[in-house]
Design a protein around this ligand. Structure first.
Ligand SMILES: [Zn+2]
Length: 208
């Protein structure tokens, strides 16, 4: 299994392509479809499905075209399907935690609401795509429509309980090294929002 990272658009969005035996899963394809097509063609990857971490526009912009081009569907948690404004017939929805075999890999969608109601983190082996739930040293905004700081507290607690060696690939190229990548171990040690969620969950709402 190999993970390709593309930073696309002006908001530093990260699109990820997971390749396994020539098949591909595309996480949050957005903004620059040509860059994604180029990578798929150069690396001879046949896309099998799209995986969305949530329905915000900056994570789905252009995905409709990509899914049509390759005749594939996108997995999205049911609560975020409508806000994504993607055509229903291109989506496969599920409620809460869900697991699926895709591209020969076990893909686990972990329900982590807070940033949006239908936000998920996508776990494949010891890799975790966190979308806008967890960033290096930060977490997603919880002041938007559909956000809920109390749910974010619980979601961060859930992520903190994952194995420390889990590699985190977040939805934007934030963080001191500008990659948007980190590990659960580093975040449990350093991330002020995770610390707050673990130690003072009742005060979390006032912090953000
Ligand atoms: Zn978002």
């Amino acid at each position: 299994m190999k993970v390709y990272i593309l930073q696309l658009g002006e908001m530093g969005n990260c699109t990820y392509i997971v390749e396994h035996k020539g098949k591909g899963l595309i996480v949050d394809p957005t903004w620059d479809m040509k860059a994604i097509y180029r990578l798929l063609e150069d690396e001879k990857i046949t896309p099998e499905a799209v995986l969305f971490t949530h329905g915000h526009y900056d994570h789905v912009a252009g995905a409709q075209e990509l899914m049509r081009k390759y005749g594939i569907k996108g997995y999205i948690e049911a609560s975020d399907a409508e806000s994504s404004r993607l055509p229903e017939e291109q989506l496969i929805t599920y409620d809460g935690d869900h697991s699926e075999k895709l591209a020969g890999l076990t893909v686990s969608f972990l329900s982590t609401p807070g940033h949006t109601k239908g936000s998920v983190c996508i776990k494949i082996g010891d890799i975790l795509f966190t979308g806008d739930t967890l960033f290096p040293n930060a977490c997603g905004r919880t002041d938007l429509p559909g956000s809920d700081p109390r749910q974010m507290t619980k979601s961060l607690q859930r992520l903190a309980a994952l194995p420390g060696k889990t590699t985190v690939y977040s939805g934007h190229a934030y963080g001191s090294d500008g990659t948007g990548s980190t590990t659960i171990e580093k975040e449990v040690k350093n991330n002020p929002f995770i610390k707050m969620a673990l130690r003072e969950p009742d005060n979390f709402e006032d912090m953000i």
